[in-house]
Design a protein around this ligand. Structure first.
Ligand code: COA
Length: 260
């Protein structure tokens, strides 16, 4: 695995943990983080030993405190647009063929929340705080926040978060449906890895197709989504994993999925 400057990638069995490693800047998403994150995901995509990716932030204060605001001063409208039209971490996570979990260990703001929203599952600590504070800088979301947050929690709640820029706490985030689970900070890592290990045991091709199918729900109309779901479902019948899963059930044993 390549060594990076702004992120740390660590493989723990079948789980890869990507840590945004700029704790002195509360792990703000610089262009370097985007570039390295995209490159790391490309390596992990091809690595058959890795079945689940977990994103987190270094230190105990922040997951990610947003886009790197210092970089905003260098941009014109045209250069900022080009920056976000390049492969960003948001798009790479969204289209990554394996499950991606955001392990949110503190401030989860702006682009940090947008990265978490691009992930498949969000698990946070009790001290986590969430917001889309762009309005306070005179800008709006650019990493998918207005789209993914609205689809996840509905227009009224998304509108409130984007219009006020206020932070919500972990309990509110759980109630809104921004996060799936909340744990005390000291248990966050253990519980998240336990959850990731559960996903790592499942059939990888079916896992990829599940992700694709769920994402179709917000990208297509119901008829098209239902039609495509049948195609993806039928595709599973061509896998060795499907045969193994069915055989294991009938033989009353645990399946051993190979991702084929
Ligand atoms: N971009 C660049 N640098 C950031 C940053 C960001 N999004 N968020 C924090 N930092 C930097 C601070 O500038 C500071 O750097 P310095 O020590 O060199 O001055 C360092 O991280 C620590 O942050 P600080 O503000 O001193 O911590 P705090 O505990 O007082 O406040 C926050 C924490 C999260 C409330 C505050 O940092 C903040 O509001 N950050 C910006 C959040 C934001 O608007 N993000 C959306 C961007 S679109």
């Amino acid at each position: 695995m390549t060594e990076f400057e702004n992120i740390k990638v660590e493989k723990r069995g079948r789980i890869a943990v990507i840590t945004i490693n700029r704790p002195d800047k509360l792990n703000a998403l610089s262009s370097g983080v985007h570039r390295e994150g995209v490159a790391a995901l490309e390596e992990l995509r091809k690595d058959d030993d890795v079945r689940v990716v977990v994103f987190t932030g270094a230190g105990e204060k922040a997951f990610i405190a947003g886009a790197d605001i210092a970089e905003f001063t260098e941009h014109t409208a045209v250069s900022q647009r080009a920056e976000f039209q390049r492969p960003t971490l948001f798009n790479s996570v969204d289209s990554f063929p394996k499950p991606v979990i955001a392990m949110i260990n503190g401030f989860c703001l702006g682009g940090g929340n947008e990265l978490a929203l691009a992930c498949d599952i969000r698990i946070c600590s009790e001290n986590a705080k969430f917001s889309q504070p762009e309005i306070n800088l005179g800008i709006i979301c650019g990493g998918g926040g207005s789209q993914r947050l609205t689809r996840l929690i509905g227009e009224g709640r998304a509108m409130e978060m984007l219009m006020t820029g206020d932070m919500i706490d972990a309990e509110t985030a759980l109630r809104f449906g921004v996060v799936n689970r909340v744990y005390p900070l000291e248990n966050l890592e253990e519980e998240t890895i336990k959850f990731a290990e559960k996903l790592a045991e499942k059939a990888p091709v079916a896992m990829q197709l599940s992700k694709e199918a769920v994402k179709l729900a917000s990208k297509s109309n119901l008829d098209e989504g239902l039609r495509r779901e049948i195609d993806l479902f039928a595709l599973c019948f061509s896998t060795e994993d499907m045969k193994e899963g069915v055989r294991a059930f009938l033989e009353k044993r645990k399946p051993d999925f190979k991702g084929k």
